[in-house]
Design a protein around this ligand. Sequence first.
Ligand code: SAH
Length: 221
Amino acid sequence: MLESGFSEEDLAAECELMVRQQILERGISSPALLDAFLNVPRHLFVPADYISQAYDDRPLYIGSGQTISQPYIVALMTDSLRLTGGEKVLDVGTGSGYQAAILAEIAARVYTVERIPELAKSAKTLLEGLSYDNIEFLDGDGTQGWPEHAPYDAIIVAAAAPAVPESLKAQLKMKGRLVIPVGKPYGQMLKVVTRTKKGFTTRDACPCIFVKLIGREGYEQ
Ligand code: SAH
């Protein structure tokens, strides 16, 4: 039994139910992706007070005015990157670190950037404690990407931008994919941008609501 009153078995059962009902039954069936969601204990990524809601079908507050995305949205965004293993991925908006852990389960290396130092620090402590040795952390403005490690096979942005940041497009490999919510602060469209020989193609995945991407190529505040 954990301090919270939940047993590890109960939480593992809730995780399995989440994967089946919220991800698989909604049409996302990649075995590597489903395994990743089964392997990452989402309840460790939410504040202790919210542990009973960790596997609910919604986003949750994680402190500093930020949220951990709804499980289905994390799955949809990850699925849109079409990862097969071996990739180098840039994750903008570390937040709780949950999305970074999911990516680290599937891809070879994950570079994650967060602008709020307290969130970056707690995510790093948690992910290192879980023995992820393929994630690197940066405190800073992710609208500028992380040029030292570019180009990336895939880039994922978990905060809403007024437009797709040019710096991120420039850090994509040929055929690389970028998934990002674009639009007004109170409602956006999730966009999937692919780099092609001729430039970039963009498709709309679904309407969504994210916190603001704040930075040089994001919102001002
Ligand atoms: N992927 C996270 C979701 C966090 S919410 C998770 O799995 O929990 C979005 C995060 O983006 C917030 O933590 C916010 O502080 C961060 N963010 C906003 N603008 C940013 C920027 N320009 N660079 C890096 N992180 C940013």
